[in-house]
Design a protein around this ligand. Sequence first.
Ligand code: SF4
Length: 80
Amino acid sequence: MNNNDNLCPKTSTCALFQGNILESEDAKDIFIKFFCANGEEGRMDCKRFLLTLEGVAADITIMTNDTRSIEELIKYLKEK
Ligand code: SF4
């Protein structure tokens, strides 16, 4: 498995990966290391990725490590 295989397939459209959520480059790099570039294990811990599996787009208010359940996040996004 090379590094590209470890990358989340949503990187090109994900606001967090693209740098549109976190102002700190250091913070962004840490999230990318533990979620986006950490293979299936990493992305399956990411609430933004799990939302896409449910067919729901995560906006910029949703962080990878949001403590809400996927059901709560879907409800939140639908009611916004
Ligand atoms: S792991 Fe999460 S934060 Fe990273 S690119 Fe995928 S959906 Fe975005």
